[in-house]
Every structure is written in C-alpha cells, then in structure tokens.
Design a protein around this ligand. Structure first.
Ligand SMILES: C[S@@+](CC[C@H](N)C(=O)[O-])C[C@H]1O[C@@H](n2cnc3c(N)ncnc32)[C@H](O)[C@@H]1O
Length: 337
C-alpha cells in the first residue's frame, strides 16, 4: 500500500492538502505523481514539490537493480565537498564559473570536451532538451549556457539531483535548467514533450534496454533528435571491475552497438549518424591518467564521485577500451513514427 501526503499548500484551484491511498502498486509512480500534479495544475513542475510528494523513488522502482545502482553512485554531501575544494583552490565562491567545476560535473569519458563536440554536430539552439541520467548536470548547464536551451535533467540519484540544482544556482543557470529525481524507465513527462533527448554513459546501468529507449522515444517530438554517447561491449573477452559505473558485473548491463542499433530501429528510430569514439577516448585516458599520477586529480575532480577506487576504475576502463573488449560510440537518431 502506498500512502502519499500532499504538502500543505493552496493550489490555483483553491484545493488544500489531502491524502491519497492506493493498493495498486503496479501504477507507475511517476505517472501517479503526474496525475497529482495535474490535479494541482502546477506547471512547470517544481522540483521541491515533486520530491515532497514523491520521496525517494527507490521505494516504488519497477527496476530491481535500481537500488544497487543508487548505492553504487552514493556520494553523501557532494555539493558541500565540491564547494570545499573550490574554496581550497582559491575560487571566489561569489563568482563561480562553469569552467571552475568542469573537472567534476561531466561524468563520462572526455568530459566537457566531448559534450561540446556532440552539441555542435546537431541543431540544438533554443531547444527543449531532456538529459536522461544527467548526473550532477554539467552537460545540461553547458547546453543552457552555450545554446540557450531549456534543459531538464533526470537522474535516479537524489544526491546528484540536489547537487545539480545547487551547482546551477552557484553558476547562475538555475532559470534555464531544472533537475528532477526520476527513473529513466518511467519518465515523468508527457509524450513528445522534448525536441532533443540526450543521454551519456547511462544505459550500461540499464538492464531493460527496450523500456529505456521506448521511454526516450515516447517523450521525443516526432521531428526531434535523440543523441547518445555510450560505452558498449565488444567481443567476448572478460572485463576487470570495478568500472566507473559498476563495482561488479551485477549492475553492468553492457550491450553491443549492433543490438542497440537494431532495437532503436524496431522502436521507430532512423539513424542520422554514428561515430566510433574509441580511439579519442583511449588517447584522453592515457593523458588523464598520466596527469593524475603526476599531480593528482583536478580539484574538484571526478574522484569526488568515484571515491578511493577512482584510479582502478579509470585504468580498468582504459584496459577494456585498449584491449578491444569495449567501445565508445556516439549516435544521432530521429523518430520515424
Ligand atoms: C556515469 S554517470 C553519467 C552522468 C551524466 N550522464 C554525465 O555524463 O555526466 C551515470 C548516471 O546514470 C544514472 N542512472 C543509472 N540508472 C538510471 C536510471 N534507471 N534512471 C535514471 N538515472 C540512472 C546514475 O545515477 C548516474 O548519475
């Protein structure tokens, strides 16, 4: 049984706080929240209200591995730790720029550099963008800042969402970005709500690929753009864990590029372009690992997200890419139906 207490507020309709009960646990939680928000006629959805109504999503997640994925990315007091490092590096906290946090706010191979390349390859100016599995929101802030997009980021991890909101406030991009805690398998949005859906390094944590890409297809407008940048399995070799996205194979659901391409076609996507990004990724890692070994991680850096095993995770990923057991690919697709 789910018991949800609405916050004490008066909506534009004059409704007051109330209680809802249901025994139908099969109702997707996000859809249930959507219905409540529609009752309250609140647009756009305020994050604090979603969270007040919703509470931690893991309670109702339909994906059995969600709790393990959340545990893997658990990073308590992340925003505060980032701020402490900014301060220690001499950054003026009243005038923090996006570049000051670039070492930590893009959690994928080649960080800010690759996000800018991907954005430059598509017509993205002034678009309504959804970043699925947005982490702490670096790519969302870049798209809002450089391309004047209105960007929504969703992520399973509550602390990442709190950090994303606070970092956007810190760099003055809070009016053009919004961040919501949600499961990619049940996106809390209406059909065709976005012009661009963007996802980077998320699907390796997703077992149900069909549900993941179906949701993306559903919320994307019919002439919209779906853009991914991801890590894929190649061949049948064994991988060493921990990896940045998983400490063991239990929450690592790597697919091959061909499988995903076929799935996207089946779901009604047409390929515009794909690009093998493996060689550039390897080059980037070799330089980064040398730098870290010589002078430590950037401050603030991704070690705040990956913890004490950062170097092992990055080395294992580099080994997977260099040995040909993993590949990096970006892709741009559009719906055909
Ligand atoms: C490697 S990080 C990448 C973050 C971000 N895309 C970036 O590139 O900076 C993977 C992210 O996917 C999120 N994630 C994994 N499974 C998810 C799911 N089912 N729904 C929403 N987010 C998910 C994790 O919480 C994590 O923030």
């Amino acid at each position: 049984m789910i018991l949800i207490t609405l916050p004490d507020l008066t909506s534009p309709l004059g409704q007051k706080s109330s209680c809802f009960q249901t025994t139908n646990t099969a109702v997707p939680y996000s859809h249930f929240c959507l219905t409540l928000l529609k009752i309250y006629r609140l647009e756009p959805w305020p994050v604090h209200l979603l969270k007040t109504i919703g509470g931690p999503l893991k309670k109702l997640s339909m994906n059995p591995s969600s709790e393990d994925v959340q545990a893997h990315y658990h990073s308590p007091e992340l925003f505060e730790r980032i701020v402490r490092q900014l301060k220690a590096s001499g950054v003026d906290l009243d005038n923090v720029k996006r570049s000051d946090i670039a070492g930590v706010d893009e959690f994928h191979v080649r960080g800010a550099e690759v996000s800018q390349e991907l954005a430059a390859a598509v017509a993205i100016d002034n678009k309504r963008v959804l970043d699925v599995g947005c982490g702490i929101g670096g790519p969302a802030r870049m798209l809002a800042d450089l391309y004047n997009c209105q960007v929504t980021g969703i992520d399973l991890n509550e602390e990442f969402i709190r950090t994303a909101i606070k970092l956007s406030e810190l760099v003055g991009l809070e009016t053009r970005t919004r961040f919501i805690q949600a499961d990619a398998m049940q996106l809390p949005f209406a059909s065709q709500e976005f012009d661009v859906v963007w996802t980077q390094h998320v699907q390796m944590n997703i077992q149900e690929k069909k549900a993941f890409y179906s949701e993306i297809h559903r919320v994307l407008s019919r002439n919209g753009i779906f853009l991914y940048y991801d890590i894929f399995k190649k061949g049948s070799g064994t991988l060493q864990y921990p990896m940045p996205w998983a400490n063991s194979s239990e929450i690592s659901f790597l697919a091959e590029v061909e499988e995903v391409a076929l799935l996207l076609e089946t779901l009604g996507f047409k390929k515009i372009q794909t690009k093998d990004q493996t060689a550039t990724g390897i080059q980037f890692f070799e330089t980064l690992l040398n730098k870290i070994q010589a002078s430590g991680p950037p401050k603030p850096g991704l070690n705040l997200l990956m913890g004490t095993t950062t170097l092992t995770k990055l080395s294992n990923l580099l080994e997977g890419l260099s040995s040909g057991n993993l590949e990096l690919q970006s892709g741009v697709f559009t719906p055909t139906s």
